[in-house]
Ligand binder design. Structure first.
Ligand code: HEM
Length: 489
């Protein structure tokens, strides 16, 4: 008898039955008698698993679903509820206007439980700890103080121009190096001397882990959290090695540059940085709160790794594909700044076409096509529908930025669409208000990010011409694709 009960098929069957009953139970817990927002009918037991589960371009799948069900699509599988918003109106109503309820982050068993990425405030749920870390970050990167990094940005640009002049074919490495040097100098006051610096690698790998595990449904354990208890020696548990690898990398990325900065501060060899300002405000080492505050500081600093590299790579691709846009931008620089001169931040307000080009860059290719998912921290009722607590709310940024109601011929790359009567057209949807996220969770690094991009984009256009590679017959043979680091040429 006991043998029959322990038979793997019996255990599997019983588990399915329990999951099914749980699903029925959870599905019945509606906020009120109101229905959930529309969405495809789920299958028996697994619900909408096939819609939520891993796929290469989920934003395109969600966009197709919205054509059938409207600008709010509700999916559910094993108790996980997902609401996909695909219009500015819905996003504004829920993520901006009701942001006190929609600023949570979902506890993803893989990302948070296994990989421990919820130590960084970008992945923390809406809590006092999140508020503390976010405030700390904001102090150093809000719009009024970000100009303090301009000297570092400008010196980085000079070095970038030298590097590209010396070896233009290595442009990807030089762009990467520009962003990494900038981040390390501004955050840690530390100069990165080598392109292959281990800190750079740790940061990139930490980000890589986030990009894969940050999308709900990428790992089965996100749907069935009980899988956490499956022992590592069982076949099919390679995801546990993945989690361990990235857990270690993110800890290194957090601790090593910070310790390096502390050492340089003690030796008096580092320049003023976010780290030095944060350390000055920490309680004394004798204070029991010191450890906790210092851990928060380490976590906050690590988030600086999130880079604008992807946008810069996409810029290079677009200039190679659109010589007419490149020429027009160069003509504006020649006229406003002078031929072969690198603009400064003072020139920025006069460079309207460059402004439009950067906006179009963010519109045409969103680096984070589904933003970062928010969650509802309480039950809600909206537009005749019930939205239960813990629903994951995702904005389909890609679809909003390609909506023909906002942009004519949305697939076309056309900076001119953002200009009217020689000025930025305020009547057209500003892509930055979508690309950098929403409400209380809006990207706090956006000002730094836009300034660093302005500097590298204008320096590149002022000093170089970008053209596609040619074959022996002189024909362009450029092939490209996109990955998490932007365009791959
Ligand atoms: C092209 C560059 C960038 C893009 C497109 C981008 C986009 C985003 C998006 C979509 C979010 C999620 C917002 C939401 O939850 O609604 C976010 C969050 C965040 N970003 Fe950025 N970002 C960029 C660069 C940066 C940089 C350079 C930094 C650091 C200096 C940074 C720091 C952060 C942090 C800390 C969060 C988490 C905020 C929170 O959860 O409270 N980002 N970013």
């Amino acid at each position: 008898m006991s043998n029959t009960l322990l038979h793997p098929v019996t255990i599997f069957g019983l588990s399915l039955l329990v999951l099914y009953l749980l699903k029925r139970f959870w599905s019945k817990r509606k906020v009120s008698n109101l229905p959930y927002p529309p969405g495809p009918k789920g299958h028996l037991i697994i619900g909408n698993l096939f819609d939520i589960g891993k796929r290469e371009t989920p934003w395109i799948h969600y966009s197709n679903l919205s054509k059938e069900y409207g600008d709010m699509v509700f999916l559910e599988s094993f108790g996980t509820k997902l609401l996909i918003l695909s219009s500015v109106e819905r996003v504004t109503d829920l993520l901006d206007k009701r942001s006190s309820n929609y600023s949570g982050r979902h506890y993803l068993p893989m990302l948070c439980g296994e990989m421990k990425y919820d130590e960084f405030f970008s992945n923390m749920t809406y809590s006092p700890e999140w508020r503390k870390q976010r405030r700390m970050f904001h102090q150093h990167f809000n719009a009024t103080v970000v100009s303090r990094y301009h000297p570092i940005i400008s010196s980085g640009v000079s070095r970038y121009v030298e590097d590209i002049t010396a070896s233009p074919q290595r442009f990807r490495r030089h762009i990467q190096y520009y962003f990494n040097r900038l981040i390390f100098r501004s955050f840690y006051g530390v100069e990165i001397l080598e392109e292959d610096d281990p800190y750079i690698k740790q940061g990139a790998e930490t980000m890589e882990g986030f990009i894969v595990a940050g999308i709900p449904g990428s790992f089965m354990v996100d749907m069935i959290p009980a899988l956490t208890y499956v022992p590592k020696w069982l076949p099919g548990t390679g995801w546990k090695d993945f989690a361990e690898y990235y857990r270690k990398k993110s800890r290194q990325a957090r601790d090593e540059p910070y310790d390096h900065a502390l050492k340089s501060m003690r030796e008096g060899t580092c320049e003023p940085s976010v780290a030095s300002r944060v350390v000055e405000t920490l309680p004394p080492t004798s204070d029991p709160a010191r450890d906790e505050e210092e851990k928060a500081a380490r976590d906050v600093l690590t988030l600086g790794y999130i880079g604008s590299l992807a946008a810069a790579m996409t810029f290079v691709l677009l200039m190679a594909l659109h010589p007419e846009v490149q020429k027009r931008a160069q003509a504006e620089l020649d006229e406003v700044v002078g031929f072969g001169q690198i603009p400064t931040f003072e020139d920025q307000p006069k460079l309207v076409y460059i402004d439009a080009l950067l906006r179009e860059l963010f519109r045409w290719h969103s680096e984070v096509p589904l933003g970062l998912p928010h969650t509802a921290t309480s039950d809600d009722i909206y537009d005749g529908y019930s939205i239960p607590k813990d629903t994951i709310v995702v904005a389909n940024v890609w679809q909003i930025l390609r909506n023909p109601a906002h942009y004519d011929n949305p697939n076309e790359f056309n900076p001119g669409r953002h200009i009217k009567d020689g000025q930025i057209n305020k009547d057209i949807l500003d892509p930055y208000t979508v690309a950098f996220g929403f409400g209380r969770r809006i990207c706090p690094g956006r000002h730094l990010s836009l300034d660093t991009l302005f500097a590298i984009v204008t320096a590149t256009l002022a000093m170089f011409d970008i053209s596609p590679p040619k074959d022996d017959a002189g024909n362009s043979n450029m092939k490209y694709s996109f990955n998490s680091e932007g365009a791959v040429l």
